[in-house]
Design a protein around this ligand. Structure first.
Ligand code: MG
Length: 160
């Protein structure tokens, strides 16, 4: 077994869609980033890469690369999942937390879960999504942005 953890944070910005867990969320502000700035998916990607000992999302998908401008992070996630499963890794489970003072994540949780389980080819029972505020403390609490953490457990390929 191999464990990996991921963390990401993006700041709010005008004139952007808010995309979290691969779905659009109704909110007056979006997150700033080179891709769609899906902070939850980025944390999951980093946890996957971490567990596989395969670097990080910035090495894989540099924000200087025009091809990734505005890209759906689900495509990046699918790419990483395909690579790891191609190497023989199995994803056992994903546990993630969104840190957001606003908006409320609860109403979108099921749809995020469905989307992620589809893209990752995982039974939804293997993905757990949590959300918390930070009780108005720090950058999340001041509503400057959203952060996310994720932990992933992989089973290594059996080497002969
Ligand atoms: Mg990011």
């Amino acid at each position: 077994m191999r464990i990996g953890q991921g963390f990401d944070a993006h700041r709010f910005s005008d004139g952007r869609k808010l995309v979290l867990g691969g779905i659009e969320i109704e909110y007056p502000l979006g997150l700033l980033g080179h891709s769609d700035a899906d902070v939850l998916v980025h944390a999951i990607i980093d946890a996957l890469l971490g567990a596989a000992g395969a670097g990080d999302i910035g090495m894989r998908f540099p924000d200087t690369e025009p091809a990734y401008k505005g890209i759906s992070s689900l495509i990046l996630l699918e790419n990483v999942v395909n690579e790891l499963t191609g190497l023989g890794f199995s994803i056992l489970n994903v546990d993630a937390t969104i840190l957001a003072q606003k908006p409320k994540i609860g109403p979108y949780r099921e749809k995020m879960l469905k989307t992620l389980s589809m893209v990752m080819g995982l039974n939804p029972s293997r993905i757990n999504l949590k959300a918390t505020t930070t009780e108005k403390m720090g950058f999340v609490g001041r509503e400057e942005g959203i952060a996310a953490t994720a932990v992933v457990l992989l089973e290594e390929p059996a080497y002969g």
